[in-house]
Write a protein that binds this ligand. Structure first.
Ligand code: NDP
Length: 326
């Protein structure tokens, strides 16, 4: 379409409303999202791929892992909203248009991740795996509880989800430390950010929690050097992305007994293949990538606000930096 025609269309949209949004996801329910968005933007025309109609009317894309070449026909796009918090599947693709990219972030998603991390940390801090094993043997095995303040928990990645988990753990009484690219000030959390302090951060932990996004910088960041820097018997929790972890190194650290256990929600390959060694490891607790999800009713308000902002010439909410990858 010629640039003159695009401008004419935009002028018409100015008068008539926002234009249209294209929805693509094999995972999320389009009807649920359409209802949730219409509650905030009744005038938005929502079209579910492949029934997209006149493509020049489409200014917004709400997508989760669209196929290669997906964006090409939508020349009038102004905003891409990723249907999730982790944008690695979007920022890494060569056909990503040069447009504002926004991610989801909502209180429901934060609350769910917080609950998952609190559960996984507390399961270790209160020796629940020991009681699960004892129950299987029909044994009454008493282990004297330790105060929560004696458990040192490290959160790697203090973003929206990591910082919420860190503050909640601190509020419960754990000794919480965090490591991030930049210094973060969080209530009750000792914050580290310099590379030269990474070893000191790891060296005292009872439990390491990975909340880093997957970027070119963080791929396989948690490898043999990280595991060996943790004290003998430390536990590991991964709730961000499988590829941030060097999986063979994790297997080795668990098999050798250097790591005392792992709680894993994310993996290199999902679903985790049936013959993967993790399944047979007594000290590995597995959940199928559900530490947190988005509830459309919670997330739609910010998506609607981003659309309004971009329509008005402003930047969207929760904008990601495609170069950094998060
Ligand atoms: P954010 O983008 O808000 O935060 C990422 C944090 O990591 C930022 O604080 C950033 O630092 C820091 N960071 C980035 N790169 C590095 C690095 N190389 N070294 C140290 N710190 C770094 O992400 P969220 O907290 O919202 O989410 C984290 C991840 O959780 C998502 O990317 C997603 O992959 C995953 N996730 C998993 C779900 C599940 O169900 N398992 C559900 C939802 C999300 P700075 O701010 O200083 O730049």
């Amino acid at each position: 379409m010629s640039s003159g025609l695009v401008q004419m269309r935009e002028a018409q949209d100015e008068e008539s409303g926002l234009g249209a949004l294209v929805f693509y996801s094999e995972f999320d329910d389009p009807a649920e999202w359409a209802d949730a968005l219409r509650a905030y933007l009744p005038e938005l025309d929502i079209r579910v791929w492949p029934e997209v109609g006149e493509v020049s009317e489409i200014h917004y894309a709400l997508v989760w892992r669209p196929p290669s070449g997906f964006f090409e026909p939508f020349e009038a796009l102004k905003l891409v909203v990723n249907l999730g918090a982790g944008v690695d599947s979007l920022t890494g693709r060569p056909d990503l248009p040069d447009l504002p990219i926004s991610r989801l972030s909502d209180a429901g998603m934060v609350a769910m991740m917080r609950s998952y991390i609190l559960f996984a940390v507390t399961r270790y801090a209160r020796d629940i795996p020991e009681f699960e094993a004892a129950k299987r043997l029909g044994e009454w095995r008493y282990i004297h509880p330790r105060p929560l303040s004696s458990t040192k928990v490290g959160i790697l990645g203090l973003g929206i989800l990591g910082s919420a988990a860190a503050e909640a753990l601190a509020w419960l009484g754990y000794d919480v430390r965090g490591f991030d690219r930049r210094e973060k000030s969080l209530k009750g959390v000792t914050s580290f950010h310099r590379e030269e302090d990474f070893g000191a951060f790891l060296g005292e932990l009872d439990i390491l929690v990975n909340m880093l996004p997957l970027t070119p910088d963080t791929r396989s960041r948690i490898g043999p050097d990280v595991f060996s820097a943790l004290p003998q018997g430390a536990k590991f929790i991964n709730a961000s992305r499988g590829e941030v972890v060097d999986e063979p190194a994790l297997l080795e650290a668990l098999s050798s007994g250097h790591l005392g256990g792992a709680t894993l929600d994310v993996f290199w390959q999902e679903p985790l293949p049936k013959d993967h060694p993790f399944w047979a490891m007594e000290n590995v607790f597995i959940t199928p990538h559900l530490a947190s999800i988005t509830v459309p009713q919670d997330a739609a308000r910010d998506v609607a606000e981003s659309i309004r902002r971009v329509h008005g010439g402003e930047r969207p909410l929760h904008e990601v930096n495609p170069k950094l990858g998060y």
